[in-house]
Design a protein. Structure first.
Ligand code: DLL
Length: 419
């Protein structure tokens, strides 16, 4: 997209958000009253960032930019505390979203001959319906099975000949494990590729999933506030997740200043061409970096690195910043354990403690105390090497950590209960 086209798109979004009184007031503070007040990118960058709190204050429908009779669907964020943030879509928005998801799927070779098992939740969460409409737009067969009911997932996967699996990476692992338990072999399945996202996952986790399911696993990113899944997605040829041209990305440091291309920071997104719920400079709280260029797959534009964590996932333990993904990276390089873990953070007196529960694999589950101690020590060393922090590892029995059917919960922070 040329510079002029980008400015044109941004002006369109400004024009649309000005229909919502809240934005009108906010933009007036920086002297933006009309779309043509955006003459250059510098004018756009003056616009105050939009935060989740802005959405909360306008709960439920206050930031919709079209009259309710034009809104044909709502979705909501998957936050577990407080009121959800609600987003609205016009008929055109739904069509655009379907096109964006279809493009992403097409890039990984999905065609009208594919059978796509959509095991993301259907409902207010955008995962299920987002992928579903993308498949239909492409002409692929969508199986709207939603998340959970694992035994049924396996039966349908085999009997319907699913070629593509869409779910969270943690659920993909659970499905892999359940297939092994049910004695269903890879040869009985037609599965070829997985489209996994909605939560952070590491490259180590990708290797594990690819090996156990015998498929290619690609990362899909998105958030309800911006649209849903499909904001960006990996291809099979290049590196990183290609950002669709209907989203304008910026990366800011913790003080809100832009960082150079390729530098990590918080992703801020602006929607282009969205009508019902247009968003200007939305702070995603997701940590990544972006670069501009051409990929061998044909995509030309912005590409982002996989999201390793959210700003608010960061644990500060004895002054050290820790992300759950770092723990995942460490434990998945050690053999004899399953990729299921839970981090428990606590405070004893004034001192923070971190314990990592790691599940033994059935093969390494033994009464040999010495062997278990060695495994535990090597895990502690690996984690300490990466974090620079002493941690305690507790090896637990196979299958004792709760499996996730949607977004996995990796951390229990008991310090919050003590505040
Ligand atoms: O999780 C949309 C989605 C559905 C994306 C299905 C991909 C697949 P929300 O429930 O609004 O929407 O949660 C959005 O989830 O800000 C990230 O923190 C996280 N997230 C989503 N995709 C990824 C990913 C959906 N691929 C929040 N990697 C976002 C890491 C992700 N984090």
């Amino acid at each position: 997209m040329s510079h002029e086209e980008l400015l044109k798109g941004l002006r369109k979004t400004v024009e649309q958000v000005l229909k919502a009184p809240y934005y009108k007031k906010k933009l007036a503070q920086v002297d933006i009253h009309y779309p043509h007040d955006i003459k250059k990118l510098d004018d756009f960058w003056k616009i105050p960032l939009t935060e989740k709190e802005d959405l909360r204050q306008n709960y439920p429908f206050g930031l919709f930019a079209e009259p309710m009779e034009k809104i044909v669907r709502v979705h909501a964020s998957s936050g577990t505390t407080g009121k959800p943030t609600v987003v609205g879509y016009t008929r055109d928005d739904i069509k655009l979203w379907a096109k964006i998801v279809a493009n992403g799927l097409r890039r990984i070779g999905v065609t009208s001959n594919d059978v796509v098992q959509v095991a993301y939740g259907y409902g207010l969460f955008t995962g299920g319906m987002g992928l579903h409409y993308g498949c239909e737009e492409l002409g692929a067969l969508a199986i709207p099975i939603s998340g959970g009911n694992t035994q049924r997932q396996l039966m349908i996967m085999r009997d319907f000949g699913s070629t593509v699996l869409c779910c969270t990476p943690s659920y993909a692992l659970y499905l892999a494990e359940s297939l092994e338990e049910a004695g269903i072999s890879r040869d009985e399945l037609k599965l070829r590729v997985g489209v996994f996202g909605a939560e952070p996952w590491t490259d180590q986790m990708r290797d594990e999933i690819e090996a156990r399911l015998g498929i290619r696993a690609v990362d899909i990113y998105g958030l309800s506030e911006i649209m849903g899944p499909g904001v960006s997605m990996e291809c099979l040829k290049g590196e990183g997740l290609h950002i669709d041209e209907h989203f304008y990305p910026e990366i800011l440091d913790k003080d809100g200043n832009p960082v150079p291309e390729g530098t990590d920071g918080e992703l801020v997104l602006t929607s282009i061409d969205k009508k019902g719920f247009p968003v200007l400079r939305y702070r995603t709280k997701d940590l990544t970096s972006i670069s501009y260029g051409q990929c061998v797959c044909g995509h030309h534009g912005w590409t982002m690195k996989r999201v390793s964590a959210r700003v608010d996932d960061m644990l500060i333990i004895r002054g050290v910043n820790v992300f759950p993904s770092q723990v995942e990276e460490a434990i998945l390089t050690v053999g004899g354990i399953e990729p299921h873990y839970l981090i428990i953070v606590d405070r004893e007196g004034n001192l923070d403690s971190m314990e990592v529960l790691v599940e033994l694999s059935a093969d390494s589950f033994t009464d040999e105390i010495r062997q278990l101690e060695e495994l535990q020590e090597s895990l502690e060393e690996k984690i300490e090497d990466i974090l620079g922090l002493t941690v305690k590892v507790r090896l637990v029995e196979p299958k004792s950590i709760t499996r996730s059917e949607g977004k996995a919960k990796r951390v229990i922070d008991k310090r919050q209960e003590k505040l």
